[in-house]
Design a binder for this molecule. Structure first.
Ligand code: HEC
Length: 187
């Protein structure tokens, strides 16, 4: 029979609660020094991974871009190979399109314009995931420019509007208010 089975439940609970205190200094409970593996992660290392941009623009980096620059970056970085000329199609999702969703049809095509709730998601998505063969290779200026290009093409901003950490979160996506929040208390 194991030692734990022989202990009454109350003792087990007390032992596991006390375990939290032991863990801080293993030399005091007779377990000896820790093996000394690993090291605390540095702030710089966390920062490199902590790139999530929130709907209100929190975590957007410095930098800016316009649709005109974005049109150039779009070709230079080969986005057209998969998203088509002018971002209107190709073998992968059309980034600029007026395609509508069919109400009640769960399979109807969801596009950036007809579905995405937040403009800042476009920046976040491109920065972390595109171009598909080489994610995280774009500069923040290039990502702002590509975001402006997609927003202007979808007629959600003026052609010459500058997108940056201040202006981008102010762009209201058409479908933003049509989502049901599953956990409103977490917002
Ligand atoms: C090799 C092909 C390829 C290239 C090149 C590429 N993409 Fe994509 N892109 C994809 C695929 C595939 C998806 C869909 C991924 C998914 O749904 O999981 C996608 C999705 C996207 C989306 C989300 C679209 C939506 O409606 O869900 C955006 C925005 C985007 N790409 C932007 C870009 C930009 C900007 C570039 C150039 C810097 C680029 N992509 C280059 C293949 C590519």
């Amino acid at each position: 029979m194991s030692m734990y089975k022989a202990l009454p439940l109350a003792a087990l609970v007390a032992a596991s609660l006390a375990g939290a205190a032991f863990a801080a200094d293993d030399t005091k409970n007779g377990l000896g020094a820790r093996p000394g593996l690993g090291r605390p992660i540095t702030d710089a290392e966390i920062k490199a991974w902590d790139i999530t941009v929130l709907p209100d623009g929190t975590n957007l980096p410095p930098g800016s871009g316009t649709a005109a620059t974005g049109a150039k970056v779009y070709i230079d970085k080969g986005c057209n190979q998969c998203h088509g000329e002018g971002a209107t199609g190709g073998s992968n999702p059309a980034l600029i399109t007026d395609q509508k969703m069919t109400p009640g049809d769960i399979f109807s095509n969801k596009t950036i314009k007809n579905f995405w709730a937040n403009s800042t998601t476009i920046f976040d998505y491109i920065r972390r995931a595109m171009p598909w063969p080489a994610p995280r290779t774009l500069t923040d200026d290039e990502v702002y420019a590509l975001t402006a290009y997609i927003l202007a093409g979808n007629k959600l901003i003026e052609e010459n509007a500058v997108m940056d950490a201040k202006t981008l979160p102010q762009v209201k996506m058409p479908n933003r208010d049509n989502f049901i929040l599953r956990f409103p208390e977490r917002i």
